[in-house]
Write a protein that binds this ligand. Structure first.
Ligand code: ADP
Ligand code: GLC
Length: 496
């Protein structure tokens, strides 16, 4: 199958969260399974060309693209995704992508990603790549399926191309004014009088994708079910319910070449399920760097996260002092909402011998925290998949999570399954989104940490799990086939 995979972030070039990890790995797995895959992302100025081996494509040259009444000059650079033969195309337009960060609140944020979508289509035209599948991810690529069928509908090369849209996070929808669609020269009928892109008086890129892609999926089974409810659907639940026959839930995999305690290049001491001594050395190393004294009786609790409401920081805030009062130590890595950045920054200053925080983005440190911590805390309000709890399982770091989305699908509560079978529990989870439920789960974990036998069992149960990409990539292949069938019976111009 010929697949074009389109994402606004791809690891290692640009990353704000798990989407980059998925976009940097799934295409490689599909290629290993025999598919012909190419990847697209914008060429931001936040990463170096030389460092990642980018080359300017003289073959493609300049592509003039009209957007918002202006002709923008688009160029293309290419590279090969590390450890693969998958080619990645970077859509280069300094006017839009040379900004302070990869996502902005600038007035033309819609234009930045409309240009990206048009650029992707026009590059495929220029190189003659007629894909069976265009796989779009999150709102930034949400209008691409509509552009393909409408603005570029004249091009017979795409007659058989099916579109797939993956929801990595329904909380981010790309909402703009109606001017957005006219800037892209999309016909009035798609946004006036309740047209398919219209939502609450403006344009919604994600809604557009939900109604125009041949298949939609999300990144865990539980989240796929949750998306159809008022509690989790963020206003999209009724649309998703209508498309439930075209909705798949496929759990993300993990790139064990990057996230493996036996080989991880970012940690000073390697370890494995058979010998966890290196884990303890990593803990001592990190505590020393954090000016916290090592005490073998105190578990180290780690957090690595975008500091946003989705991740349950309001719960943590409500019981902050109860949590810190526990006989445990804390390392926190994250950046995001100022309220939570300040909360952790202040906490580490009030309790320097108990809490250490690093406010910022640091890939190397994220690996060290996974390796060094005893417990990993992830009490998300909602979590489409979540990758850190899966990394934690591999690193013998026992996750404490809220039972939602991908967290529910990957972490099995120790106490819940204890009577049934000691082989089952891999962590601690709680259902109700309340500070008391969170505190109770953390207390259970901190308590069990004192029982070395129990703790080792939980660690082993988690470390034995295999979340490699291959199985999920095969499910993507099946889903692509259904997308092609749907495209054949095309009723893409769906009712809103
Ligand atoms: P989300 O995509 O919602 O942020 P995921 O758990 O799927 O959540 O993925 C988050 C990814 O981003 C993980 O690879 C995690 O290690 C990484 N990450 C999050 N915050 C930071 C940070 N401050 N520094 C380094 N890596 C981070
Ligand atoms: C999103 C979700 C996260 C998921 C990631 C990759 O950012 O918040 O749960 O793991 O995308 O699919």
């Amino acid at each position: 199958m010929k697949i074009a995979f389109v994402s606004s972030e791809v690891f290692p070039y640009a990353k704000t969260g798990g989407l980059a990890d998925v976009a940097g790995t799934l295409p490689k797995e599909l290629s290993k399974l025999g598919d012909e895959v190419i990847v697209f992302m914008p060429k931001y100025n936040t990463f170096g060309e030389a460092e990642y081996g980018l080359h300017y494509s003289w073959d493609i040259g300049e592509i003039p693209i009209r957007l918002a009444g202006e002709i923008r000059s688009v160029h293309v650079h290419t590279a090969i995704l590390p450890d693969s033969n998958v080619k990645i195309f970077f859509i280069d337009c300094p006017y839009y992508y040379h900004r302070f960060r990869i996502y902005t609140n600038d007035h033309d944020e819609d234009e930045r990603f409309l240009l990206f979508s048009k650029g992707v289509i026009e590059v495929m035209q220029k190189i003659g790549f007629a894909p069976d599948i265009i796989h779009c991810n999150d709102w930034q690529t949400g209008v691409l399926p509509l552009l393909l069928r409408d603005n570029y509908g004249w091009d017979k090369m795409f007659d058989k191309t099916a579109t797939v849209f993956t929801i990595h996070n329904i909380g981010y929808q790309g909402r703009f004014t109606k001017a957005s669609f006219s800037k892209a020269e999309i016909k009035d009928e798609y946004y006036l009088h309740g047209g398919l892109g219209e939502y609450e008086g403006g344009i919604n890129f994600l809604k557009t994708a939900l109604l125009t892609s041949d298949i939609i999926n999300t990144v865990s089974n539980t989240y796929a079910q949750e998306l159809m409810t008022n509690e989790y659907g963020h206003g999209m639940e009724s649309i998703i319910q209508k498309r439930k026959n075209d909705l798949w839930g496929i759990l993300n995999g993990i790139d064990y070449n990057q996230w493996n305690p036996e080989t991880d290049k970012f940690i000073p001491h390697h370890f494995s399920i058979n010998d966890l001594s290196g884990k303890l050395e990593n803990k001592k190393f990190l505590l020393k760097k954090s000016y916290i004294s090592f005490d073998e009786k105190k578990p180290l609790i780690g957090i690595v996260s975008r500091l946003v409401a989705q991740k349950g920081f309001d719960l943590i805030k409500s019981v902050l002092y109860d949590l810190v009062a526990l006989d445990a130590q804390w390392v926190i890595l994250g950046s995001g909402e100022p309220e939570y950045e300040k909360m952790f920054y202040d906490l580490s200053h009030y309790f320097p011998n108990k809490v250490w925080s690093y406010i910022g983005f640091n890939n190397e440190l994220s690996h060290l925290i996974e390796a060094a911590s005893d417990i990993f805390l992830m009490p998300s309000k909602y979590e489409p998949c979540g990758l850190n709890q899966i990394y934690s399982l591999k690193y013998g770091t026992v996750p404490v999570v809220r039972k939602t989305g991908g967290l529910a699908d990957t972490v099995l509560d120790w106490n819940e399954y204890l009577a049934q079978d000691m082989e089952i529990g891999t962590g601690y989870s709680f259902h109700d989104y309340t500070p008391a439920a969170l505190l109770n789960s953390v207390k259970r974990a901190v308590g069990d940490f004192q029982n070395k036998g129990v703790w080792k069992k939980i660690q082993h149960n988690g470390m034995e799990k295999d979340y490699s990409w291959e199985k999920s990539a095969m499910l993507y292949q099946q889903m692509y086939k259904q997308a092609i069938t749907n495209r054949g019976q095309s009723n893409w111009n769906r009712e809103t």
